[in-house]
Ligand binder design. Structure first.
Ligand SMILES: [Zn+2]
Length: 267
């Protein structure tokens, strides 16, 4: 007789299921005693999206071995996940919002840096390298690639739903409850280095001649030494940051609760 386990996915985890399978009990045949993580991912839900697993009503970890007749309830992060708080299936919570972005997310990296978040991005980095770097540098991996999220090394990650950088930035703000932690214009958009205010006289010879007389506020990247000044850089960037944060607080998800559910995330 075939051995079976029964799965029910809650809330936005249904984004990852075929439309016909959403919000319904799913039955899976068991071969051997597979880890619950493997079956969840075979169904299409990245383990990094899961915050709580109940098997027959009891909380279990990803390595739980499924038995015949098990009933598995799979829950996403409850509301916005505060990364300062312990979550249920994570070995250790990450205390600082530090991100690593996959190779397709250069524009999102710049937006997160604009808001002051540590957003590492290496164009051309391969999946193996990304998974290792995320683990060793304790960074939250951001990607739209579900195969990448299946790797065991990847414990802290978020699968972006949108393909548009501005919407992606809002997703990240809300998913990790970051709006109150933003510090716009404190990080270099080009290299992710920290910015430090410097005096005009220190960098006068590196400013374009037309700018020298008008600058009142000047900062330099501690890593690549790029200069940022008011007049051209600050007002435009500050406005972008303000707009993003205002939307992050207002919450487009709250305005349109079904926004994510009408889409099937690509892989
Ligand atoms: Zn820099």
């Amino acid at each position: 007789m075939t051995r079976r386990a029964f799965f029910r996915f809650y809330a936005e985890l249904n984004d990852f299921l075929q439309p016909s399978q959403r919000f319904q009990d799913a039955e899976r045949a068991l071969h051997g005693t597979p880890a619950v993580k493997d079956i969840i991912e075979a169904i299409g839900v990245p383990h990094t999206e899961v915050d709580l697993l109940l098997v027959n009503g009891e909380s279990q970890g990803f390595d739980y071995r499924l038995q015949d007749g098990d009933r598995v309830s799979v829950y996403p992060a409850f509301e916005a996940l505060d990364i300062g708080a312990a979550t249920r299936v994570r070995p250790v919570p990450l205390r600082e919002p530090r991100f690593l972005l996959d190779v397709h997310l250069g524009r999102l990296a710049r937006l997160l840096r604009l808001l002051g978040f540590d957003a590492a991005y290496a164009p051309g980095a391969e999946d193996d390298r990304l998974a290792v770097s995320a683990a060793s540098e304790r960074r939250i991996l951001l990607t739209r690639d579900r195969q990448l999220l299946k790797r065991r090394l990847v414990t802290h990650a978020y699968c972006l739903r949108s393909q548009a950088p501005l919407e992606q930035a809002l997703e990240v703000l809300q998913r990790f409850d970051l709006t109150s932690r933003a510090a716009p214009l404190t990080r270099c958009l080009r290299c992710n280095g920290r910015l430090q205010a410097i005096g005009l006289e220190e960098a006068c010879d590196r400013l374009p001649p037309g700018v020298r007389t008008r600058v009142t506020r000047l900062a330099e990247c501690l890593d690549c030494r790029r200069l940022y000044w008011d007049g051209t850089h600050y007002p435009r960037l500050q406005r972008m940051a303000d707009d993003l944060l205002a939307q992050g607080v207002a919450g487009p998800a709250a305005d349109a609760p079904d926004r994510h559910r009408t889409r099937t995330p690509g892989s």
